[in-house]
Write a protein that binds this ligand. Structure first.
Ligand code: ZN
Ligand code: ZN
Length: 137
């Protein structure tokens, strides 16, 4: 049985879905996530791009990621909700924002990344592994 996860932006004009489990799920404390979400960190799910699809008009903001390659931040063109990221360095995966899922309660974070940029007032209260930047390959 294949599990399918669905999500959407705040206004509902853009929807997404993916099948299967996430390869990895993480808290990202990087400055780009802080700036683009207006929050101290984001939670992302790394899912296979071949099981991922979305419908609706997207707006894309492209920046240079930690890898030196482009990171495409996709949001709903209408309401601006951040939905997912695509990284040129990792074309086989899409990074879905946990808050965009219809049922984010099923998300099981496994690690903290870019802890070097974490705000001092964010206290990590779990025993998950922490990485200064990206986890080692
Ligand atoms: Zn929207
Ligand atoms: Zn980040």
């Amino acid at each position: 049985m294949t599990e399918t996860h669905e999500g959407r932006c705040h206004c509902g004009a853009t929807t997404l879905q993916f099948t299967g489990k996430s390869e990895s799920t993480f808290f990202c404390h990087c400055q780009d996530c802080q700036r683009t979400t207006g929050s101290p960190f984001s939670v992302g799910l790394m899912v296979a791009s071949d099981g991922f699809s979305c419908a609706g008009e997207l707006s894309t903001y492209t920046v240079t990621g930690d890898s030196g390659q482009a990171v495409h931040r996709r949001s709903c063109a209408k309401c601006g909700s951040g939905l997912f990221l695509e990284c040129d360095a990792d074309p086989d995966f899409v990074f879905v924002k946990a808050g965009a899922l219809d049922d984010p309660s099923c998300v099981e974070p496994e690690m903290h990344i870019f802890v070097s940029a974490k705000q001092p007032w964010v206290k990590i209260a779990d025993d998950l592994p922490q990485f200064e930047r990206m986890p080692p390959e």
